[in-house]
Design a protein around this ligand. Structure first.
Ligand code: ZN
Length: 331
């Protein structure tokens, strides 16, 4: 329809009737002013001649809105496809970083992460690739601490360690990871925090994060602890970042976990997992993760059914060669 293009009509200089006087013009004044513009009426007869630049801009605009509409459709109706496209985007962005920094990153992971040291060479490659994709998909915010290259790498590696047996490992809901220096106060709590997870991001204190790797076998690891909270959050509090396998298997894990947790509460004793694990089921889960990775042999001896439930849930067992129990579709 010809009138659809009238919005591109170029208003002649001086057609600012409502602004010249600094006050709104009356309808009569506008009519008078428009009457003085020959091409302003009748609009349906206006023949618009677009310059090549305008034509191009018009077409680009159509393409842009078309692409936006397509993304919206895919997001709403094909969430799995959208996840895959997003992963592809992150993977491509991460590839350049990986190609450039792989030897240094490999050396850093070997230095700090016992879990990485114990992986076979092909598993190390997969681990490092996942770590770089995770790292480049997040925004790291440094709060009163100077950034170091190892910080985002090691923090991302901790998340990848926990999710190494899962198909979806990016925890997409969390776009930001905050790195603080030491213990910090949060909200109205009087007890200082080493880390926490909130709706807006994952918070970690760097001094405590590093300390956990100084003694990797004491069952105390704030990085793994907070990533355990983050993984539960993306699977049960929000939908972005959910791993369907983990989500469904957690019910089976809880049929064993709840029994152990209830017993700990009844006996007012934490036993092998410690009293903090008996405080709330969320903390029980996070402490299970810390001990699963740092003290697997003792965990298996002390709480064999719970250890087995953890293996099935996370699809990995660090006491077995190859670590991963069932092959993962998205390596
Ligand atoms: Zn906790």
């Amino acid at each position: 329809m010809p009138q659809d293009s009238t919005y591109k009509y170029q208003v002649p200089q001086g057609d600012t009737v409502s602004h010249h006087s600094g006050k709104k013009a009356s309808p009569a004044a506008i009519d008078t002013a428009l009457a003085g513009i020959p091409s302003a009426a009748p609009l349906k007869n206006v023949q618009v001649q677009l310059t090549p630049e305008q034509q191009l801009s018009h077409e680009l605009g159509n393409w842009f809105f078309g692409a936006l509409f397509l993304i919206l459709l895919v997001t709403l109706f094909f969430p799995r496809l959208f996840k895959r496209l997003k992963l592809l985007f992150y993977s491509r962005r991460a590839k350049a970083v990986y190609d450039d920094r792989q030897p240094d990153y490999h050396a850093l992971l070997l230095q700090y992460l016992p879990y990485y040291r114990n992986l076979a060479a092909d598993q190390q490659t997969r681990f490092l690739q996942r770590t770089v994709v995770f790292m480049t998909s997040k925004q790291f915010e440094y709060v009163e601490i100077a950034p170091e290259e190892r910080m985002p790498l090691l923090i991302s590696a901790t998340a990848v360690q926990l999710t190494f047996g899962l198909e979806h490992y990016l925890m997409e809901h969390f776009e930001k990871i905050y790195v603080l220096h030491h213990d910090y106060h949060y909200g109205l709590n009087s007890v200082p925090f080493q880390g926490h997870v909130a709706h807006d991001g994952i918070y970690l204190s760097w001094s405590n994060f590093l300390k956990a790797y100084d003694d990797y076998h004491d069952g105390d690891n704030v990085g793994l602890h907070e990533m355990a909270h983050a993984l539960a959050y993306v699977n049960f509090n929000v939908s972005e970042g959910r791993d369907d396998g983990f989500h469904d298997r957690f019910i089976r894990f809880s049929s064993t976990g709840r029994k152990v947790f209830d017993k700990m509460q009844d006996e007012l004793s934490g036993g092998f997992l410690g009293s903090y694990a008996a405080s709330r089921y969320e903390e029980f889960w996070a402490v299970c993760v810390e001990n699963f990775f740092e003290r697997p042999t003792s965990f298996k001896i002390q709480l064999p059914e719970l250890y087995e439930a953890m293996c099935l849930l996370l699809n990995q067992d660090t006491l077995k060669a190859g670590v991963i129990l069932n092959p993962i579709e998205n390596a």
